[in-house]
Design a protein around this ligand. Structure first.
Ligand code: ATP
Length: 597
């Protein structure tokens, strides 16, 4: 028996000036189901979510939610609709508790004292994020993942009858996504309609009971659970039966040992272990880790966006020299481009146009140095057109404000900006967040070609699958430092995941696909370790030699990879262990077992 329909949308139209965001969409969702809305960037998903939430008036058609037609956010809340919007909407200057109860005062102010609110906020945040969060902390000081949990906690306060999640797992890592899914299943089983919008195809196949596919503002098909496959989704999204999109690719391999960047004695947090890192020309280095393990700080330090706690990052210049990278200015001088997935915080300039947002670094260079004085407006326009076409950016006029674009298209503009700078190194911090499969494929193709031209890529991702057939090597972070590394040619998602949870040996770090590949190779072939041309004589007392030998399988100190020596010699920094709850799900999505580590 199918349960009753809670959302009924018939022939809905919504226009923004000349843009037909929704052009006659019909769809329905039932009580007790997880229903996905799927489609390419700019096809109207977020607009539909906003229409159902009652925050956007429509230009035609009908919307019935639980038999009513809410026309204001307050009406929709009173009906039991809660929405988590794509943009992580938090007030940075307010506390966690105030953010969670924001807008909910009518429901709670009379019944809940401030102490109860604080307690409820603390309880909800610990339950959702898996770690204790100070309810009085200022939200601006928290990482993006926790901000995302605040928006989810806000939506869950009132036990909604309809929960709408627009790209709400985009800022969450693997562990957090599992917790979110468990929540969604529990709500579904209690009769809630859960509506999700996501570009993470593998996730939506796993979690959804039904899926409605949109294309260019119209609904083009509904898939039942058994029909939700990558092939069916892509065929409906693109209108072509292209089969599975998994062309077999091999990750680029560097043709020379030449380095594009090096970091020495680097620490990304004051209390974290320091390490060396080399980036070779012609390679794509994947960087992974559970939320907040230092991988985000690492890529930001490499790109000059954040300062290192210790050590120095350098980039090769075009005259065989090295330039320090301590600031954003130095990074730009060293031709390092940075693409952030957190576009609201460190990406878009909301008051500027799409065009200006893309070519801005070129403008600035032109003004300051005069060196790019040859870049006139027609050339900038050509660059803009090339990047917009390459990345399939969907926009009206290039003079429109960037905020008129759908979230995924805004992200594509940032990626285009990175390439437009014509960098030697491109550092990407979870860049594929919110972009559709078509654009993702284009992005990977571009980055592969970029590396094959002898330039270098550092790519941080919260989706391990992104590294397959793409990353030359993958470095996994834990406790603020590299924990293990893997060869991209034989990458297994399971092994990377195990490393993220601290369940591997860490021996990958000292190998040829580890932190400093060149050193590892020379050591293996028996030659002297090759560093920066500086040889240091170290005399090691006999008893220390013996201890080192016993701890390292009989190898002499010279043979022991440097990372293992550092790991042995550095006192362990006391860090509060993160409790990780691992829940396995059966075919029906019900938890099978749970254990805390
Ligand atoms: N406030 C607005 N002003 C002008 N145009 C808008 C506005 N909001 C959305 N649009 C346009 O409507 C279309 C649909 O946008 P919407 O955000 O619904 O897409 P989406 O499917 O959610 O995309 P994404 O996957 O990138 O988030 C896009 O062409 C977008 O540029």
């Amino acid at each position: 028996m199918t349960s009753r329909e809670t959302i009924l949308v018939r022939g809905v139209k919504k226009y923004f000036g000349p843009t037909r965001a929704l052009d006659g969409v019909s769809f329905s969702a039932r009580a007790g189901e997880i229903h996905a809305i799927v489609g390419g960037n700019g096809c109207g998903k977020s607009t539909l979510a906003k229409v159902v939430s009652g925050i956007l008036p429509i230009d035609g058609g009908t919307v019935s939610i639980l038999g009513e037609t809410p026309s204001t956010p307050a009406e929709s809340r009173a009906l039991g609709i809660s929405t988590v919007y794509q943009e992580v909407l938090v007030a940075d200057e307010s506390s966690v508790v105030d953010n969670i109860f924001m807008g909910a005062d009518r429901l709670f102010s009379k019944t809940l004292s401030q102490e109860r609110k604080v307690a409820r906020a603390a309880e909800l945040m610990e339950e959702l994020s898996g770690e204790p969060v100070d309810p009085h902390a200022l939200v601006g000081t928290l990482p993006l993942g926790l901000k995302q949990w605040i928006t989810i906690a806000r939506a869950l306060l009132s036990e909604p009858k309809i929960l709408i999640l627009d790209e709400s797992s985009a800022a969450l890592d693997f562990d957090s996504t599992e917790r979110l899914f468990a929540r969604m299943r529990a709500l579904r089983n209690r009769g809630t309609t859960v509506l999700i919008v996501t570009h993470r195809i593998a996730e939506l196949i796993r979690i959804s009971d039904r899926a409605t596919v949109l294309r260019d503002g119209r609904d083009v098909g509904v898939l039942e659970k058994a029909e939700i496959t990558e092939r069916n989704l892509l065929a409906l999204m693109t209108g072509e039966d292209r089969g599975t999109s998994h062309a077999v690719h091999t990750a680029p391999q560097p043709r020379t040992p030449e380095r594009a960047m090096k970091a020495r004695n680097l620490a990304v947090w004051p209390n974290a272990r320091s390490f060396d890192f080399d980036l070779r020309r012609g390679e794509i280095v994947g960087v992974a880790g559970l939320d907040g393990q230092g991988q985000d700080a690492f890529v930001r330090v490499l790109a000059g966006v954040a300062p290192a706690a210790r050590g120095l990052v350098q980039v090769a210049d075009r005259n065989d020299g090295w330039l320090p990278v301590r600031t954003l200015g130095e990074a730009v001088k060293g031709r390092i481009a940075y693409v952030s997935g957190d576009r609201k915080r460190e990406g878009i300039f909301a008051s500027l146009s799409i065009f200006e947002n893309m070519v801005m670094p070129l403008y600035r260079e032109k003004k300051r140095a005069g060196i790019l004085g040859i870049i006139d407006r027609p050339t900038l326009t050509t660059i803009f057109k090339r990047e917009a076409e390459n990345l399939l950016i969907k926009f009206g006029a290039k003079e429109d404000r960037i905020t008129s674009l759908s979230g995924g298209n805004q992200q594509k503009v940032l990626i285009g900006r990175g390439f437009a700078m014509r960098p030697d190194v491109i550092v990407l911090n979870d860049p594929a967040r919110g972009i559709d499969v078509g654009a993702k494929t284009e992005l990977y193709k571009h980055l592969r070609a970029f590396a094959e031209e002898g330039r270098a890529v550092v790519y941080m991702s919260s989706e391990i699958e992104e590294f397959l057939g793409f990353a030359t090597r993958v470095i996994v972070f834990r406790d603020g430092a590299p924990f293990d590394a893997f060869d991209g040619r034989a990458l297994e998602t399971k092994r990377v995941l195990e490393a993220m949870f601290g369940q591997t040996s860490g021996e990958g770090l000292a190998t040829a696909h580890g932190l400093t590949p060149k050193r590892a190779r020379t050591e293996r072939s028996g030659g002297a370790p090759e560093g920066d041309g500086v040889r240091v004589q170290v005399s090691v007392p006999a008893e220390i030699k013996a201890t080192l030998r016993s701890g390292h399988d009989g190898l002499s100190p010279q043979q022991v990879p440097v990372e293992r020596l550092v790991a042995t010699a550095t006192p362990k920094v006391a860090m509060a262990p993160k409790t990780i709850r691992v829940v396995e799900f059966g075919a029906e999505g019900q938890p099978r077992s749970g254990a805390s580590r």
